[in-house]
Design a protein around this ligand. Structure first.
Ligand SMILES: [Zn+2]
Ligand SMILES: [Zn+2]
Length: 442
């Protein structure tokens, strides 16, 4: 069926505004909106019926009446008046119920809400009542619409364009800073700010601070005598020390802390520091000075934690960070034996550990949170320095995920080989530090 025939059939049956008529042919033509499309079709239909009417054909007049009422088209009404014919009343659009006339109100409401946020890009999401979508689906089936688009798209695009012109901010379909969600039928507008990602590295020069907030095991966060009513096992964590000032600066509601692995509470994290990403949820401000933030965090942390290299990142960086957990790490540990050890023994130890493949069954101390299985981890290099007759310093460069404490003690036979086993003496780590985390691309 030709465009005009199809459009005529639609209008004969249902009142349609320019937007809703034009939308049924949205994929035809280029660089014009559906409102213009609808107007052009109504104009041609008016010319066609005007010609028939001038030729004295009744069909011309009745079509003009339809275009004037169901099409709400003024030109058709004018022609009928000049011909001294009766003109009926304009009808409300069957599909959008006249909602496209109220776009400005939605734009104003959106702008008002957007004022509270800093953003560079945005997207307009549209919610429609089910019955509206169903009505349009049935309509499309009835008239075999093949080159149309849906109402949601048109609302989203038209309102997005308007907001973009006023705010000079860009519409981004993939990673918008904020999403305006609106319902043209209820007039409801809500705003959803997408997370802000800040990446960096942290050093932990002081022992005794966990990486993440550790909820009290006894009361599960409610507060009890054991946790001194804090609900936490430790008063602070790296996560909280970094997130606190960041949430204050960004006006975010909450934060998630992502890191490439973690060191034990009693281990330090030295050297270049451990890569992390802080995900700030629902931030009001994004244009923050990261140098200033670095300073604030480090001042408030009082040398318990030090952040460096803060930069903005995006969601994909979080996945890459998790993958980097398997990257190489350098540890320094002080080991104490239950007897004096000879230089010869230390040489053998160094040799046996360098380029060794370690079979490590999930340690007893973490078995509650990690699956019980045997992991195979590689040690690239071990360097040993004597401190006293029964104490040594070991530097171990190994694959991420190797549990160092267990490498030393043997964990009741669960880690093999181990320092204790090679020396054939009791061995325990009395200090442990992470010197470096080597990741790709950071
Ligand atoms: Zn409409
Ligand atoms: Zn408690």
């Amino acid at each position: 069926m030709e465009i005009l025939e199809k459009a005529q059939k639609m209008l004969e049956k249902h009142p349609l505004c320019n937007h809703c008529l034009g939308r049924q042919f949205a994929l035809l033509g280029y660089g014009l909106d559906n409102h213009k499309r609808g107007e052009a079709i109504k104009l041609l239909l008016t010319m066609r019926s005007h010609r028939l009417a001038l030729l004295g054909k009744k069909a011309g007049v009745s079509l003009l009446k339809i275009i004037a009422t169901n099409g709400s088209f003024d030109m058709a009404a004018e022609i009928l008046k000049k011909m001294r014919k009766k003109v009926g009343k304009k009808q409300e659009c069957y599909l959008c119920q006249g909602r496209f006339k109220h776009l400005d109100e939605l734009v104003d409401k959106s702008l008002e809400k957007l004022k509270a946020y800093e953003y560079t890009t945005f997207l307009v999401g549209v919610e429609l009542p089910t019955e509206v979508e169903e009505r349009e689906d049935e309509f499309k089936a009835e008239f075999d619409v093949r080159h149309g688009e849906n109402m949601r798209n048109e609302f989203s695009r038209d309102i997005g364009k308007e907001i973009s012109e006023i705010t000079k901010k860009a519409v981004d379909y993939k990673k918008p800073d904020v999403v305006v969600i609106l319902n043209p039928f209820t007039g409801q507008v809500t705003l959803q700010a997408n997370p802000l990602y800040i990446r960096g590295r942290y050093r932990k020069p002081t022992r005794g601070i966990p990486q993440s907030k550790w909820v009290c095991k006894k009361c599960r966060g409610k507060g009890c005598p054991r946790c001194n009513w804090t609900g936490k096992m430790y008063p602070e964590s790296i996560e909280e020390i970094i997130a606190g000032p960041t949430l204050e600066k960004t006006g975010g509601e909450d934060a998630s802390f992502h890191a490439a692995g973690r060191e034990d509470v009693d281990a330090r994290m030295l050297g270049r520091g451990r890569p992390f990403i802080l995900e700030v949820k629902k931030p009001k401000r994004r244009f923050i000075d990261l140098q200033e933030l670095t300073q604030t965090i480090n001042e408030q942390a009082q040398n318990k934690v030090k952040v460096l290299n803060l930069r903005f990142a995006d969601k994909s960086a979080v996945r890459k960070l998790k993958e980097a957990e398997a990257s190489a790490k350098v540890y320094r540990t002080i080991v104490e034996f239950d007897r004096n050890v000879s230089d010869e023994e230390l040489k053998i130890l160094e040799k046996s550990l360098t380029n060794a493949v370690v079979h490590q069954r999930t340690p007893l101390r973490v078995s509650h949170r990690r699956a019980d299985l045997v992991r195979e981890k590689y040690i690239y290099e071990a360097k040993i320095k004597r401190l006293t007759p029964n104490r040594v310093e070991m530097k171990i460069q190994c694959q991420g995920g190797l549990y160092i404490k267990e490498l030393i003690t043997g964990d009741e036979g669960r880690t093999d080989p181990c320092v204790s086993g090679i020396i054939k003496a009791g061995a325990k780590p009395i200090e442990l530090d992470v010197l470096n985390v080597i990741t790709l691309g950071s």
